[in-house]
Design a protein around this ligand. Structure first.
Ligand code: 5GP
Ligand code: ZN
Length: 115
């Protein structure tokens, strides 16, 4: 998707604070962090959100919880705890329509339905 913001980040057309990259997945810092650690984990290939996954995207997405656990440990969150969340659609407050997971931690995160 040529006009998609996160596709542009994945293609390095827009700069981001890159944290991790492999063939399928990219991790970068959220530009408006809601917690001391706030990373965005995305499949490099475009997908609008959790409801739009192809089998190929689902295979990449399936790796995200384990990658998030490693990144959380790398950022010192293993004992304090962390949250992995993906907003899907308007009621969930999704703003960028390229599938992404927020990895949050470094402070008490409050109510379970809030970022
Ligand atoms: P959503 O509400 O769609 O789940 O979250 C989108 C996230 O993308 C927000 O937390 C927002 O701060 C982040 N974001 C929006 N534009 C940019 C950008 O250009 N660069 C980075 N790194 N994050 C962005
Ligand atoms: Zn995209």
């Amino acid at each position: 998707m040529s006009e998609c913001l996160f596709c542009k980040i994945a293609r390095k057309e827009i700069p981001s604070a890159l944290v991790y990259e492999d063939e399928q997945l990219l991790v970068f810092k959220d530009i408006f962090p809601q917690a001391p650690v706030h990373l965005l984990i995305i499949p490099k290939a475009h997908c609008g959100g959790l409801s739009d996954q192809t089998p190929e995207i689902a295979a990449a997405t399936a790796r995200i919880p384990q990658l998030a656990a490693k990144l959380a440990a790398d950022h010192g969150l293993q004992d304090s705890g962390w949250r992995l969340v993906s907003n899907c659609g308007p009621d969930a407050g999704q703003v960028v329509f390229h599938l992404h997971f927020h990895l949050l931690g470094g402070r008490p995160l409050g109510g379970k339905v809030c970022l």
